[in-house]
Write a protein that binds this ligand. Structure first.
Ligand code: DP6
Length: 409
C-alpha cells in the first residue's frame, strides 16, 4: 500500500500460467454464463516460460468518472464494453462488499475504481492463447487485493465467466474443469486432479507456427460447432465423459502411453467436429500436419521396438502444435524436433528447458518423409520448451507504482 496526498493506493500482484488442454473444452450450453457442454482437463505450463503478470490496484484518488481501467501490454482495453470482464469485476466486488459488511473495520475497497495493469512475457503475435492466463491473473490479483477468503475452486467460477479455459489456470499441475449441470453454473468449477509434484516429469514443446491467415476465434467457432455438427452431440455426451475418466486414471497412474493416446484422440476428435461444422472450421494447416507426422514417426519407432508411445501432439483453435513427452525421452522427442528444425530456421529454442536439448542422431527415423521435414522447417517460427508447472503466484513486483501510475517493465 502506498500513501500520497490523495490517499493510499492499494495494490496486489500475481503471475498466472497458461494451460493446454488434453481433453478439450469445445461448446457452450450457456454463452452468457460461459457454461460448457462437456468437462475438460489440462496441464498447467511452467510460468518460467509463459505467464501473465498482473497488478490490481484501487484508490480513492482514481477519478471516479473514469471508472475501472485495464492496461494490457501497454494499451488501454475497452473493458467497459466487455461483458465478460464486467462479470468478473462485478462478482469480485460483491464478495468484497459482503466482507466489508461483516467487518466494518475493513477499508471500503469495493466502492473504489480499479486500475489493472497486465503484461505477458510472450508476444501476443505468437498466437498462444493468452486469455486463460490473463483472466486467471485478473481474478487472482483482485481476489488478493480484496483479501477474499474464497478458494481457487470457488474463484474458478468467476474466472470461467472471463474465458472458459481461464478457470483451469487458477491451479497448477493437472486440472479438470467439471462441466456441472446446474442452470446457474454454480457447479461448473475447476479442481486439481494432481499437483505438479505428482508427475513433474511432464514436458511440453510449443511449436509456434507462423500463420498468415487469422483463424476463427474459439468463442465463435464453438457456437458454430454446437449448432451445426452432427458428430458433436456424441462427442459431448458420450465420448468426452468416458475419456475424462480414462485420462484422470492415466494421470493418477502416471501412465504416459494412455495419456498420450487419449490426448491425441481428443485433439483429433475436437478438430473432427470442427471440420464437421457448417461452414467447416479448419484450424490445422500443413505445418501442423507435418508436426503430427514427426510425432507419429517417433512413436512408430518406439512401438516397433515394443515400447509405449513417447510423444503426444495436441492443437487448440489454431495451427500451433503442443507436444507432450516425459523428461526421460527428451532426446528422443525434443531432440528429434531440434535436429529437424536446426537453429537456422527458428529464432531459438526458448523456455525453461530449452538449453538442455541436444539434437538427436537422425538416421534412426526411417519413417519420416523429407516433405514433412521441409514443411516443418519453413513453418515453425519459435519453439518454447516447457513443462508442467504451478498455479498463480503472489509477487512483490508491482506494475502500478505507489502513486497509482503504471510501471513500464
Ligand atoms: C480449443 O476458453 O478461449 O483452447 O470460453 O469462449 O473464452 P471462451 O473460450 P476459450 O476456449 C478454449 C478452447 C480450446 C480448448 C481448451 O482450452 O479446452
Amino acid at each position: 500500500m502506498g500513501d500520497n496526498r490523495q490517499g493510499p493506493v492499494y495494490r496486489s500482484s500475481t503471475t498466472a500460467p497458461v494451460n493446454i488442454a488434453v481433453i478439450k473444452y469445445w461448446g457452450k450450453r450457456d454463452a452468457t454464463l460461459n457454461l460448457p457442454t462437456n468437462s475438460s482437463l489440462s496441464v498447467t505450463l511452467s510460468q518460467a516460460s509463459l505467464r501473465t503478470h498482473t497488478t490490481a490496484s484501487c484508490s480513492a484518488h482514481y477519478a471516479a468518472h473514469e471508472g475501472d481501467s485495464l492496461l494490457l501490454n501497454g494499451s488501454a482495453e475497452p473493458i467497459q464494453h466487455s461483458p465478460r470482464t464486467q462479470a468478473c469485476l462485478g462478482q469480485l466486488r460483491s464478495l468484497r462488499s459482503s466482507l466489508e459488511a461483516s467487518d466494518p473495520s475493513l477499508p471500503k475497497l469495493s466502492g473504489l475504481p480499479l486500475h489493472i495493469v497486465s503484461t505477458n512475457n510472450f508476444p501476443t503475435a505468437a498466437g498462444l492463447a493468452s486469455s486463460a492466463a490473463g483472466f486467471a491473473a485478473l481474478v487472482r490479483s483482485i481476489a488478493d487485493l480484496y483479501a477474499l477468503p474464497q478458494s481457487a475452486t470457488e474463484l474458478s467460477r468467476i474466472a470461467r465467466q472471463g474465458s472458459g479455459s481461464a478457470c483451469r489456470s487458477l491451479m497448477g499441475g493437472y486440472v479438470a474443469w467439471r462441466a456441472g449441470s446446474a442452470a446457474d453454473g454454480s457447479d461448473s468449477l475447476a479442481d486439481e486432479v494432481a499437483p505438479p509434484a505428482h508427475w513433474p516429469q511432464m514436458r511440453a514443446l510449443v511449436l509456434v507456427v507462423s500463420a498468415a491467415k487469422k483463424h476463427l476465434p474459439s468463442t465463435a467457432g464453438m457456437q458454430v460447432t454446437v449448432k451445426t455438427s452432427s458428430l458433436f452431440p456424441t462427442r459431448a455426451d458420450v465420448v468426452v465423459p468416458r475419456r475424462m475418466q480414462n485420462m484422470e486414471q492415466a494421470i493418477r497412474a502416471r501412465d504416459f502411453d494412455a495419456f498420450a493416446r487419449l490426448t491425441m484422440q481428443d485433439s483429433n476428435g475436437f478438430h473432427a467436429v470442427c471440420l464437421d461444422s457448417w461452414p467447416p472450421i479448419a484450424y490445422l494447416n500443413d505445418v501442423s500436419r507435418a508436426a503430427v507426422r514427426v510425432v507419429e514417426a517417433i512413436n512408430q519407432q518406439s512401438t516397433d521396438a515394443g515400447a509405449g508411445l513417447l510423444a503426444a501432439y495436441t492443437f487448440d483453435a489454431g495451427p500451433n502444435a503442443v507436444v507432450y513427452y516425459l523428461e526421460r525421452d527428451t532426446e528422443r522427442v525434443a531432440g528429434v524436433f531440434r535436429a529437424l528444425l536446426g537453429n537456422e530456421r527458428v529464432e531459438g529454442w526458448e523456455g525453461s528447458y530449452g538449453q538442455d536439448i541436444k539434437p538427436a542422431e537422425m538416421e534412426e527415423l526411417a519413417t519420416l518423409d523429407e516433405k514433412a521435414v521441409e514443411t516443418l522447417r519453413a513453418g515453425v517460427s519459435r519453439v518454447i520448451c516447457t513443462g508442467v508447472g504451478g498455479g498463480p503466484e503472489k509477487v512483490d513486483s508491482h506494475l502500478v507504482d505507489e502513486r497509482g501510475e503504471p510501471v513500464w517493465e
